[in-house]
Design a protein around this ligand. Sequence first.
Ligand code: PBG
Ligand code: ZN
Length: 342
Amino acid sequence: MSTDSSNPQQQQSTQFPQSRMRRLRYNPAVRQLCQHTRLHAGSLILPLFVRSGTAIRNEISSMPGQFQLSLDQLADEARAVQDLGIGGIILFGIPASKDSQGTAALHDNGIVQQAITAIKDVTPDLLVMTDICMCEYTDHGHCGILHDKMGVMDVDNDATLSLLGKQAVSHAQQGADIIAPSGMMDGMVQAIRSALDQASFQHIPIMSYSAKYNSAYYGPFRDAAESAPQFGDRRSYQMDPRALADQAIREVQLDLQEGADMVMVKPALAYLDIITRVRQAFPGVPLAAYNVSGEYSMVKAAAANGWIDETAVVDETLLAMHRAGADILLTYWARDVAQRLQ
Ligand code: PBG
Ligand code: ZN
């Protein structure tokens, strides 16, 4: 029998009333049988913000329910995350001091380095990813060190690469399981891969923020990580939302050639088309989507006003990201979702 749907005879034979799509959803058991996309705690990564001090649990005003945590609080959080079966965490650090070179990113007793140790002390099996970027550590808030490019201050791509390599090695030394560079520097994956390999961390995977767009959806994160650029913006390194969608494919391809093991599209909700294209172009590559801070804050604000049902909207949104093609979701809702799935 022909399976060609352009065959009019077949089309005719499968029309109403012989065909009734509602048979596939007529009761809960049939609906359950026909579900394809599912949420799993083990596919979720929870972003966490760590800062120095003790007993600090600063709620981020633009991200209700998310906190800047001191190391002791972070350890408690790690236990809870592990008990919920969440796939892992990704760490962002707020250092005690910043400078133009972001040197606090490289200290073996830096805030993220201490956080990795603190977490591995209490939950050695919990997957710990670390964000590799300079913007949390530079006083100017850019993702690399600056140089003067014909009268304009810009991020010096190549000079930043060696710093990213050093930051990655220092995180791996403390026990980071996956290294996640987010700065959109050209060559960053290659530089980090060779730095890790030279330091005998050949086994540590890189999840690259390969297709990261210049996005207004990062606003609340910059409050949380205290990493807003002090002048200008990130348009010269993050992707332009107006660019050809295939530019994202080139970004991913280059990162894979440089040695990325997993790739990411970010943000998620306004870039579901990009998630699908990357999934189709690279079927064998683990693909993550970052459900970013602004996506979280919008839903929280609407829910606080009683305008939408938060849990229903969250499930629907995260399902869409999986259905678009993402295997792994970085989301501030990881705890809530995992709790619900239990
Ligand atoms: C750092 C970084 C950012 C995010 C993750 N890593 C912010 C930025 O690029 O300004 C955003 C995450 C979010 O909005 O939740 N480069
Ligand atoms: Zn950055």
